[in-house]
Design a protein around this ligand. Sequence first.
Ligand SMILES: C[S@@+](CC[C@H](N)C(=O)[O-])C[C@H]1O[C@@H](n2cnc3c(N)ncnc32)[C@H](O)[C@@H]1O
Length: 267
Amino acid sequence: MRYRDQNRRAWDRLAADNSQFTRVATDDECAQPLLTLDSRGWLPGSVRGLDVLCLASGGGWQSILYASAGANVTVVDLSPGMLKLDEREASRRHLSVRTLEASMDDLSQLADESFDIVHQPVSTCYVPHIANTYREVARVLRDNGLYISQHKQPTSLQISHRDHQDRYVIGVEYYHSDPLPVVTDTAYREAGASEYLHRWEQLVGELCRAGFVLEDLVEPSRADPKARPGHFRHRGRFTAPYVRLKARRRRASPSISGTRAIWTPDS
Ligand SMILES: C[S@@+](CC[C@H](N)C(=O)[O-])C[C@H]1O[C@@H](n2cnc3c(N)ncnc32)[C@H](O)[C@@H]1O
């Protein structure tokens, strides 16, 4: 699996270089862990004693905050370098965090229906088929389990460069399914990583087809009216880079179900 090898190497390098994604949880954040993780109130009032999977969230932030809030935490990540940060921070804070090296689209080391919450920061861009990740998350979540995930938006990933009038150019086709090409404007890309664009019907449609009900959707803003061209917050004024989804695993079949039409990619 070439994408896994390439992304493991890329993320081990980012971890070694102390990238922005290796910012670990601070004392202040650990004092208010749920507020830090979730300012929108999507999480229950307490996660104490709940089984939480921090998926593709190595780096010592999400896992440490959930553990500080009293959850039983498992963190899965492809990069040993990122997982080392979770282990280091957990040990420093005398917290218990289980780390597991695995790819988000193959969680076979985890049992069916073993988690109450799955929390996944931006990372599905590193796998070619988002449906495989959704299927695995659906399998390991208990009925009514909560799945909070953040993703890169397709339009943002289509941007290739800025033109001479500081306009952002969509240089990648919407239906591009191979690894994304190298682009000039790398504001929302990670160096050396193999990334994939997931269309809206994949981001949201595949989620529903995997057995989730979407409860909320927000677009975290990265726009700053004062940001100058070239800055990621300038680009954030023109297109939202991320989408955050709140979804609920529903195992019981509803009383009225089924679709009359057969869906095809062109319909
Ligand atoms: C943006 S970081 C998220 C964690 C970081 N704590 C944060 O909040 O920014 C994305 C993570 O996805 C991981 N990753 C990339 N491909 C993966 C895969 N196929 N399976 C699991 N994790 C993967 C990377 O190693 C990295 O730790």
